[in-house]
Design a protein around this ligand. Sequence first.
Ligand code: BES
Ligand code: ZN
Length: 620
Amino acid sequence: MKNNILLNIIIIVLLASCNNMNDNETIIHRPTKTYLEESHSYAQPNDAVTTHLDLDINVDFETQVISGTATYNIVNNGSEQIILDSKFLEIESVTANGVATTFKLGEMDATLGQPLTIAIKKDTKQIAITYSTTAKTEALQWLTAQQTADKTNPFLFTQGQAILTRTWIPIQDSPQIRITYDATVKVPEQLMAVMSAENPKAKNENGIYNFKMEQPIPAYLIALAVGDIKYKSISDRTGVYAEKSMLDKVHEEFSDMEKMVVAAENLYGAYDWDQFDVIVLPPSFPFGGMENPRLTFATPTVIAGDKSLTSLVAHELAHSWSGNLVTNATWNDFWLNEGFTVYFEIRIMEALYGKDRANMLALIGRQDLEDELEALSDLPNDTKLKLDLKGRNPDDGMNSIAYDKGYLFLRTLEEKVGRDHIDAFLKSYFKKNAFSTTNTEDFIVYLNENLLDKNNITFNTEEWIYQPGIPDNAAVIESDAFSNAENTLELFLKTNKIDTAVTQNWTPQEWVHFVRNFPPGITLEQMKQLDDTFDFTNSSNSYISMVWFEQSILNGYDGNNVDSKISEFLNTVGRRWYVTTLFNAFAKADRIDEALEIYKTARGNYHSVTANTVDGILGL
Ligand code: BES
Ligand code: ZN
């Protein structure tokens, strides 16, 4: 695989030097690959494409501005311009081969931002853009000391996926375009910077950090975090970053990380990114996790104290293959990233902790999928795996369909062809497309050639991918533990008695399943009885808290001060999935006024992706 990169680099260098030698000749240099039409980037990579970024920036917490220069190596296929994506950036000046050149920021689109068109010549090999971010940047969240765990220093993190990197770096922001990068980042001396790259393991004295990412990655995977953080290793290639007060807890929680990497490698081939670290961010981080290469970003809400929520690490690790190594060509193919990742995540969890745990995870996803299908009942097109997000925000495709319908497709396929076959197929798929992109259509061709036709198997692939809803042949997922939780709930609802000997050894997943399946008719007395027995309102597991709070909101339960707990939760946690579940519950229960009251103070804590989604739910 490394050889492939090397070969690409050699070809690019050769092409670039050919350009140089043949300045006045009419040889047309084709780019090394043909890029598909893509509706979420202004870049025209078939004309001129960036191949390497050298980023030199200063991170100023006082003004909350990142400023500096992004220098790119480019391959010009004979074009007089190169187009980058830019949103809410101030562009100060641009050079081409070191000489000032003209540039133009085009019309602003609310989702896509602006095309940044730069004049270049046939022999232009390098462009440099001097710029700064503005208060409107969507990728960055600047946190005060109060919003961190240690409460002594400010913090900054970026979130690039899907199309937010263009709000902190002017860049060709398409998943099809891969670049390597170097960066020099200057931060306040008491803080440390880390990126999706080769990282420092300790703070230095001058606050200047140098980074290198030698494997080519798409723009959405460029990431930066700056804070008062420390590193603790787990193995020679895995470890954790966190604020001081969290470091030991995080280290303990994720102590199986090396085992996860080994399990993943045993399934689908060598880990190609050398290092796998996780940084636990302050609670406003909008996602559970983000698979930034070499350094996954994670929410502190998974630090439950009992490793019960670490499938998140398996998930982000799995993206090192599905997503980071083999990338969805466009956001319409997002299911290729997430569906494959959920499948891989559950296989890793099975390898480490057994089939019961894996099936519980699969079944939670199955229920999420049913809920999503119901929520999208008026939008059947959005329940297809292959989406058409042209003219929409790619964020619209980030729902349970890509994840859980994608998973169910692969699980059903696995049951049809057998594990040996699907594993060999996936391994070869990752190998063939490593450090490249693929789209749904190419996947189908590859699937037919290498798995189905080869083994004389017929499968309704097209129905799964291009039709709404769930095909009839979907695998049936079962879990004895969950059936038991359902029976226990049913018995309680009938008798108002619950045998704590039965629930004694339940995992958080069983509790989640139990709570989220309360029927609409559950009484407030029953909720109070359960709360008094199991203390759900004060659960230390964020997932149980979330589903319990959802039920409390939906059913109007206000015992044991749960309302103030909900308000506190929404004022600290910014994980979009949790937050939107609770605000949706307020909306469903016709309690918008209470939600607005909480949101008044909570919104300021949220990253833009969470705030934008909640604005939508509350009709703001
Ligand atoms: N890559 C996603 C997060 C993402 C998707 C960010 C689309 C922006 C746009 C990440 O891998 C993910 O799926 N996170 C999940 C974790 C989970 C399914 C275990 C999350 O944040 O909840
Ligand atoms: Zn994911």
